[in-house]
Design a protein around this ligand. Structure first.
Ligand SMILES: Nc1ncnc2c1ncn2[C@@H]1O[C@H](COP(=O)(O)OP(=O)(O)OP(=O)(O)O)[C@@H](O)[C@H]1O
Ligand SMILES: [Mg+2]
Length: 235
């Protein structure tokens, strides 16, 4: 479904990606692991059109997307839940959700989607009129994911959804994401620092270090890999 081929990308004179190739099959959960500064967020930014690669290509459903605008990419069915959530703190939960639907104008469909999402995120219905900034960290992350789903994506890009959350809260987020993957058939490309959670959730994983893929394998194989265990799983 998503094909990233040999992408290179820079921030000014600093090269962040040195030829990264990744594939995400439809219906799957694929994770991207790696230390701080490895280029994980940069890869997601290239996919969602926020950063143009200097070489390589990105294809979605066989169509090239690396020259398209972010809005066009959202319309094609890719949604990016960014690192740090990026909610509008002063706006209500409901208003934040509506922002996720900015590319749509089917009012009845939007209403129906909010109702359906309330099934996955009941807390958001309870907090509907509260400012997003008043929610707990875990609730804010749920809102960020729900907002990402409001564009009706077929591919969801998630950048460190467990960041800063207690293990129990993070587990709850992954439980919901698994449901969304299975019940809605939404493909997930997940960036995570918490390798244990990521590998128990994902089918396949890539490890990036300093802008390059250094290992790729099924999650089960990665869990057994000596280097991955030592560097990312801590045993
Ligand atoms: N806006 C920017 N301007 C300049 N350099 C940047 C910018 N954003 C990222 N970089 C650099 O690009 C490299 C990759 O950064 P990136 O944010 O993709 O890493 P990451 O793997 O997501 O790290 P983390 O786990 O800390 O989120 C780093 O060396 C970083 O310093
Ligand atoms: Mg990052």
């Amino acid at each position: 479904m998503l094909k990233i081929e040999g992408i290179e990308a820079s921030y000014g004179p600093v090269k962040a990606l040195h030829g990264v190739t990744i594939e995400v099959p439809e219906g799957s959960v694929v994770t991207l692991l790696g230390p701080n500064g490895a280029g994980k967020t940069t890869i997601l930014r290239v996919v969602s059109g926020l950063l143009r690669p200097s070489a390589g290509r990105v294809e979605f459903d066989g169509r090239r997307i690396d020259r398209r605008s972010t809005e066009a990419i959202v319309r094609m069915g890719i949604s990016h839940v960014p690192e740090g959530r990026q909610l509008f703190d002063e706006m209500t939960v409901h208003e934040n959700l509506m922002l996720g639907a900015y590319t749509r104008n089917d009012r009845d469909g939007i209403k129906a989607d909010i109702k359906r999402l309330n099934g996955y995120f009941p807390i958001l219905e309870e907090r509907r009129e509260q400012p997003a900034g008043s929610l707990s960290g875990g609730e804010q992350q749920q809102l960020a994911v729900a907002r990402g789903l409001m564009s009706r994506p077929r591919l969801l890009l998630l950048d460190e959804p467990s960041l800063g959350l207690a293990p129990l809260v993070s587990r709850e987020i992954f439980r919901i994401l698994r449901q969304v993957n299975r019940e809605e058939g939404i493909t997930i490309f997940l960036v995570e620092q918490d390798a244990t959670s990521a590998l128990s959730f994902a089918d396949y994983g890539y490890v990036v270090e300093t802008g390059r893929v250094v290992i790729e394998a099924t999650s089960d194989k990665l869990k057994e890999d000596e280097n991955v265990r030592r560097a990312y799983l801590g045993y």
